[in-house]
Ligand binder design. Structure first.
Ligand SMILES: *Cc1c(COP(=O)(O)O)cnc(C)c1O
Length: 465
């Protein structure tokens, strides 16, 4: 054990000296030391101190088939020996990329027959910005270049991705958003639907929230609007599950003005909501879909864009060369891993399982967690869930944001073998799709324990009165 402790310290020291982490206050982390994760199996990970942790976030919403899948390692190994890399720029192609493209169009809704590959979700959304503008140029309407997105949406961290996203903190750095991207409010019932529209039902609020898109289109002039982009369920924004009326109304509005509809499926794709794609769960028909994360279960970096017939027909027939692409577009090793990953999702019927077994069971478990004195609301959709921590339940009284109560709870989770993420005071989960019913019970017990510990700490600090 002693040697393990010294090696943790050594890694932490090198980490602090050289490794700038994403979305991290570097000097704060350097003082504390990063937790070193060394191993994963199924839904669990282990740190360098030997602690076993239930990873209820699937890494970063991506390890859908769970850790330690030999099939994926074998696929990567075989492909690396056969052909570790070749590009698809200069009239060449590689079989794994071709097979994956065909497979993706097989599992996607029928309007999708083409795929453009990237290395990540952010890059996929950069491709989308270029593609959408290219489409309208080719249609002879170059002035149609504004993309409408939503506050508190997340679409990645590159210039275009962060601009499409509606994270105000991200916009404060680097002069974002880039021109031609505007935002409307999110359909967040608990935050402002409940308080600002007390006379509307949740479903009526969904229609109201969608109407903000129409308002924005009319304000800009429909002839200027190229596309609307959104996540079916907002992930990084805190697992914001829209009312069932929202997306069909968004679809109606996009159709009315001829605006392209883009579904960012980076989290919702590949079974997360109990359907292959989030748009299927909410009943809308996008023209473009971004994917990443679950496509390879995070085992290797991979992303891309599903391109619907409306865009593909113009791009292919009228387009000539589209001057865009990445060195790693269709990377053969990544593609081979993704094919093996999709095979597992199919053979183990993980999508159906989320729809009929684990998703409904998680919903039941979360419903029961509503009885906890800290939980103001609990929502799930497939295998994503959110608990909202409140100071008082009736009437609902939120905590002062500055107290960062969510971080207090996250701290207790972190030291009690559970990865649950805090977005403000929303505690969120997205466990691997292979999570069993028994493991959901285990997860519920861990959550309850951490909520109790949080309640005790808040009570001791006098924050509950
Ligand atoms: C994670 C995420 C992205 C960005 O993907 P990266 O691979 O981190 O670039 C984009 N959109 C959504 C919805 C995401 O959750």
């Amino acid at each position: 054990m002693t040697s393990q402790y010294s090696s943790t310290a050594e890694i932490q020291k090198l980490d602090a000296a050289h490794y700038l982490h994403p979305f991290t206050d570097h000097s704060a982390l350097a003082k504390k030391g990063a937790r070193v994760i060394v191993k994963g199996q199924g839904v669990y990970i282990w740190d360098s101190e030997g602690n076993k942790i239930f990873d209820a976030m699937s890494g970063l919403w991506c390890v859908n088939v769970g850790y330690g899948r030999k099939e994926l390692a074998d696929a990567a190994y075989a492909q690396m020996l056969q052909l570790p890399f070749y590009n698809s720029f200069f009239q060449t192609t590689t079989e794994p990329g071709v097979r994956l493209a065909a497979l993706l169009t097989e599992i996607a809704p029928p309007q999708f027959k083409h795929v453009f590959f990237s290395g990540s979700g952010s890059e996929g959304n950069d491709t989308i910005v270029r593609l959408v503008r290219r489409y309208w140029d080719l249609q002879g309407q170059p002035e149609r270049n504004v993309i409408i997105s939503r506050w508190n949406g997340y679409h990645g961290s590159t210039m275009a991705g962060a601009s499409l996203g509606g994270m105000k903190g991200m916009h404060q750095q680097g002069g974002l958003p880039i021109p031609g991207i505007v935002h409307i409010d999110q359909p967040y019932w608990f935050e402002h639907g409940r308080t600002q529209y007390p006379n509307l039902s949740k479903e009526q609020y969904g229609i109201e929230a969608a109407s903000w898109l129409e308002k924005k289109i009319l304000e800009l002039g429909p002839e200027k609007v190229a596309a609307f982009i959104g996540e079916p369920v907002q992930g990084a924004g805190g697992v914001i599950i829209p009312p069932s009326t929202y997306w069909p109304e968004i679809q109606r509005i996009c159709d009315k003005y001829g605006i392209l509809l883009i579904s960012d499926e980076v989290i919702c794709g590949f079974g997360r909501l109990g359907t292959w794609w989030g748009c299927e769960k909410f009943g809308f028909r996008p023209d473009l879909m971004t994917f990443a994360k679950g496509v390879s279960s995070g085992y290797v970096p991979l992303g891309g864009v599903m391109i619907g017939d409306r865009v593909a027909d113009v791009l292919i027939k009228k387009g000539g060369e589209f001057t865009h692409g990445y060195t790693y577009s269709g990377h053969p090793v990544a593609a081979a891993v993704a094919i093996a990953n999709i095979k597992i999702i199919r053979e183990e019927k993980l999508v159906e399982k989320v729809a009929t077994e684990t998703g409904p069971y998680l919903a039941k478990v979360f419903e029961a967690l509503k009885e906890h004195p800290l939980v103001g609301d609990a929502e799930t959709c497939g295998l994503v869930g959110a608990l909202i921590l409140v100071k008082n339940k009736s009437p609902i009284q939120l905590f002062d944001e500055k107290l960062e109560v969510g971080m207090v709870c996250r701290g207790h989770c972190f030291s009690n073998g559970l990865i649950m993420r805090a977005v403000g005071d929303r505690m969120i989960i997205a466990p691997p799709l292979v999570t069993t019913l028994k493991q959901i019970d285990e997860l519920a017990a861990l959550i309850r324990k951490c909520l109790d510990l949080t309640w005790t700490e808040l009570n001791n600090r006098g924050w509950l009165t």
